[in-house]
Design a protein around this ligand. Structure first.
Ligand SMILES: Cc1cc2nc3c(=O)[nH]c(=O)nc-3n(C[C@H](O)[C@H](O)[C@H](O)COP(=O)(O)OP(=O)(O)OC[C@H]3O[C@@H](n4cnc5c(N)ncnc54)[C@H](O)[C@@H]3O)c2cc1C
Length: 481
């Protein structure tokens, strides 16, 4: 039967470190890992950059039924030791906040570092091998059943991790084993986890999803001053992850969204949402009513609105000229966070007196045969026409573009005067179609979202959060026209 001094079950951070250290001490080591790759949780840690140590690591930061348990380990292996190891491997890092150190590059660098340490220590790794059973061997040591084979060892290390993220191989294996060997257990419960909301509360906060802001959050006697993140399921961010380890069911979690500040005074003094941008066009119709009701709800908040097309709005949010923007069209930067605020229906219209339109097939008008009146480049409605042309296997250059106009109002008037056809929002032409001065041509067009865009890495002010929530709430209240 195969034999090793030590078998380690699980090639996560703990198992790999343990295997490398034991190997360095001259033991023969075999690591058995159920997954196809080692260190999968490390790979996703720290948002993919692995928060590999903390400068302020201290025993009182660890939760344990035996608070002294970690003291000797932390004395013998300090954050400085981790930093020296990481630096020796040439891995660049930075301090994010509160002593948290992250890789500049990818968390995979830490996985590779651990694998290299194991290789040097001649510790062997066997992937895709699930340990099914463990029993005491008659001759001493343990007998492990894995992948149908029996392997014996003198010492067994169970490093199969906690129960979080079953998709990444987490199981209750260690707890079952503890029960089998009569090791007393502290009942496990989630820690360092996000909080989820029930449906009613979620509905009220859904539009804040993606907003991050510094808070003080407390549960019982524990309180943390860090960032909070609204998510599509509830709350997350470092402050929430921290407090989740202390919270117990039925206990309130208190979030101070403006720690140490008098919110009303602050709203009165500083409150403004700078250079909030609205794209020219349908948003200009959608927006005023919502801004008026926002002003009623928050009279102390000063809003400064600038108009531009989608491309300009995107640029201004990116360079910080605007705190947030509202756009009709596609945005390109992945540094922007997009949140849908409403849906716009588009239609193909011509003047009531326009001759019958030739159809290539039912519901497929011959767009090459039409004379078009369109908006300038960078506008959302123009993009829809470009997409339609692409769908027909042609480009905008293949169409007869008769007029390019800078506003939807101008486009509507030109079409009403019989100058040609356009694709435009029903917010702009709905009334004219109803009154009969324009005719809507049957054509299936995609619905278009109005989106709010904010910079992913900038934290929202209270005024911005209020505005974001308000626009979301307004979006259910029907159309502005
Ligand atoms: C989203 C997220 C972000 C995180 N960010 C950070 C961070 O930035 N910094 C930080 O310090 N910590 C972070 N953590 C926590 C950290 O990732 C974990 O505490 C750590 O990776 C746990 O390591 P482990 O070796 O104990 O367990 P795991 O990584 O879970 O490893 C256990 C291994 O055992 C294997 N296994 C289980 N059962 C068997 C079996 N029967 N046979 C064979 N193999 C088995 C599993 O496949 C798994 O590979 C984060 C965690 C999550 C979920």
């Amino acid at each position: 039967m195969e034999w090793r001094d030590i078998i380690v079950i699980g090639a996560g951070a703990a198992g790999m470190m343990c295997a490398a250290t034991a190997g360095q001490r001259g033991r023969s080591v075999l690591v058995l890992e159920a997954a196809k790759a080692p260190g999968e949780k490390i790979r996703i840690s720290g948002g993919g950059r692995c928060n590999f140590t903390n400068l302020h690591t201290a025993p009182d930061r660890f939760l344990s039924a035996n608070p002294s348990f970690c003291i000797s380990a932390l004395r013998r292996y300090r954050p400085q030791d981790v930093i020296a190891w990481v630096e020796a491997a040439g891995i660049a890092w930075h301090e994010k906040t509160l002593g948290q150190l992250f890789c500049d590059g990818s968390a995979q660098q830490i996985v590779d570092l651990l694998l290299d340490k194991m290789r040097r220590a001649k510790a062997q790794l066997r992937l895709s091998t699930t340990v099914e059973a463990v029993r005491l061997a008659a001759a001493g040591g343990f007998e492990v059943t894995a992948g149908g084979a029996q392997i014996r060892c003198q010492a067994l290390v169970v490093a199969t991790g906690g129960k979080s993220i079953p998709k990444m191989g987490a199981t209750g294996f260690a707890y079952d084993l503890a029960r089998q060997f009569g090791v007393p257990l502290v009942e496990p419960r989630p820690g360092l986890v996000p909080l989820t909301f029930e449906a009613g509360l979620l509905e009220r906060t859904a539009l804040l999803s993606g907003v991050s802001t510094p808070v003080r959050v407390s549960a019982g006697k524990a309180a943390f001053d860090e960032a909070l993140l609204f998510t599509h399921r509830g709350l997350s961010g470092p402050a929430i992850l921290q407090v989740s380890s202390y919270w117990r069911e039925g206990q309130p979690v208190t979030v101070d969204l403006a720690p140490g500040a008098d919110v009303l005074a602050e709203l009165k003094a500083e409150k403004s949402v700078r250079g909030r941008q609205a794209a020219v066009g349908v948003l200009a119709r959608w927006l005023p009513r919502r801004l008026a009701s926002f002003h009623e709800a928050y009279p102390a908040v000063r809003l400064s609105v600038t108009i531009g097309n989608t491309r300009q709005v995107e640029a201004n949010v990116l360079d910080g000229t605007a705190d947030l923007g509202l756009v009709e069209g596609r945005t390109e930067s992945d540094i922007l966070r997009r949140t849908k605020v409403d849906v716009d229906r588009l239609m193909l219209v011509v003047a009531a007196s326009h001759p019958e339109i030739v159809e290539i097939a039912p519901g497929r008008p011959d767009i090459r045969g039409l004379r078009w009146i369109i908006r300038e480049g960078g506008s959302g409605t123009r993009e829809v026409l470009e997409d339609l042309a692409r769908r027909e296997g042609i480009s905008l250059a293949d169409l007869q573009i008769f007029l390019v106009l800078p506003s939807n109002e101008a486009v509507r008037q030109a079409v009403e005067a019989g100058a040609g056809a356009t694709i435009i929002s029903d917010l702009v032409v709905g009334r004219a179609v109803a009154e009969g001065s324009l005719r809507s041509v049957p054509l299936e067009l995609p619905k278009r979202d109005f989106a709010m865009i904010t910079h992913r890495d900038r934290q929202a002010s209270l005024a911005q959060m209020a505005l974001k929530a308000h626009l979301g709430a307004s979006s259910d209240h029907g159309r502005a026209d």
